[in-house]
Design a protein around this ligand. Structure first.
Ligand SMILES: [Zn+2]
Length: 349
């Protein structure tokens, strides 16, 4: 029995098209389903090459103007984080605001989980995506792993962790200043739980790990592979949940407490390279989430997994890229074929 199925279906829409002098036009639509979750994404080949219709160009002058207007009041800038941010009790973490290089970790003022930390990514208020360098990300991710270890040690009920990012306003960030968000909870979030449940079902059905099976299939097919490092593999999602979705799998680890320095370095390197590629393709914002299995046991059915997507570009009156189709129908639009995305990003690895 085939373990990984890349399923899709085709349909056509027929109408008189004013862009073709009123002629009868037939447009072909492909719907793809994620092999694990069944999540659907839709590609209309008539939109090929028309990315700017959905994602207008970034207005860098506007971004600079917003950065200038918000810098003076930014609670991270000019060392204001030392007094203006919340801090942890040293009974919970060894330092109240752990630091590594230019990365600083402190609690979110309005936490969404028992452990909800923010990591400031450097002193600069405004960075573009291609300026989020691997060394800076490595410091922040190393801090993340140390904090997960400590908070699980202090409270073993905290077992489910994710590392997340909203970069710039259209991606949901309330601050221009670059930062990460860490969540740790006794319970996995909605999508995290779905990944864990579906992974277990695959393991029970096939007696093998979905993530290793997926990686083997993607490597065999090659078309969506972007790059391989010794401890991680990077590829374009077959049926993306967001624009230009890139995935990474760490095949040797099912949870974050198993990570060594090399896994951390590769996450930093990989993200930095993809962001350079996104910048080259003229995108300016992103979200990512990196998922861990429960940290109190090895999970043969799961592997650490990253989703990284673009969001709407920065413009003065940007239109959201998350509307009824995504938010309520839970589908996504493919703005460029994942196979083409992989080809565009390979030079950065
Ligand atoms: Zn700032």
């Amino acid at each position: 029995m085939k373990k990984i199925l890349f399923q899709s279906w085709q349909q056509t829409a027929v109408f008189h098209n004013p862009l073709k002098e009123g002629q009868l036009d037939t447009q072909n639509i492909e719907v793809r389903m994620d092999p694990l979750t069944g999540h659907q994404s839709t590609f209309n080949e008539a939109m090929e090459g028309k990315m700017s219709m959905l994602f207008p160009d970034t207005d860098y002058a506007y971004l600079e103007e917003r950065a200038k207007a918000t810098e003076a009041a930014c609670f991270m800038c000019d060392g204001r984080w030392r007094s203006a941010t919340p801090s942890y009790s040293t009974g919970f973490l060894p330092e109240s605001r752990p630091q590594r290089g230019e990365a600083v970790l402190f609690p979110n003022l309005f936490p969404l989980a028992a452990f909800h930390a923010v990591i400031m990514l450097g002193d600069r208020h405004l960075r573009l995506m291609n300026e989020l360098h691997a060394d800076l990300l490595e410091d922040a991710l190393a801090l993340s792993m140390e904090s997960f270890r400590e908070c699980h040690r202090q409270d073993p009920s905290l077992r489910h962790f994710t590392i997340n990012a909203n970069f710039l306003l259209p991606a949901g960030a309330s601050l221009i200043h670059p930062h990460l968000q860490l969540l740790g909870s006794p319970f996995p979030g909605t999508h995290h739980q779905l990944l864990l449940e579906k992974s277990l079902a695959h393991f029970q059905k096939h007696d093998s790990c979905y993530w290793l099976d997926l990686l083997e299939e993607e490597k065999f097919r090659e078309v969506r592979m972007i790059g391989q490092m010794s401890d991680s593999a990077w590829f374009a999602a077959y049926s993306p949940m967001g624009a230009n979705e890139v995935n990474a799998i760490w095949p040797d680890t099912s949870h974050f407490l198993e990570w060594k320095a090399s896994e951390v370095r590769q996450m930093a390197e990989g993200i930095s390279r993809v962001l350079k590629g996104y910048h080259h393709m003229k995108f300016s914002t992103f979200n990512f989430s990196c998922f861990s299995g429960p940290v109190d046991r090895a999970s043969p059915e799961f592997r650490c997994f990253l989703r990284l997507v673009n969001r709407q570009n920065v413009t003065a009156h940007h239109r959201t890229d998350d509307y009824y189709f995504q938010k309520l129908l839970k589908n996504e639009i493919i703005i460029q074929r994942p196979e083409k995305l992989a080809a565009n990003l390979r030079p950065f690895f």
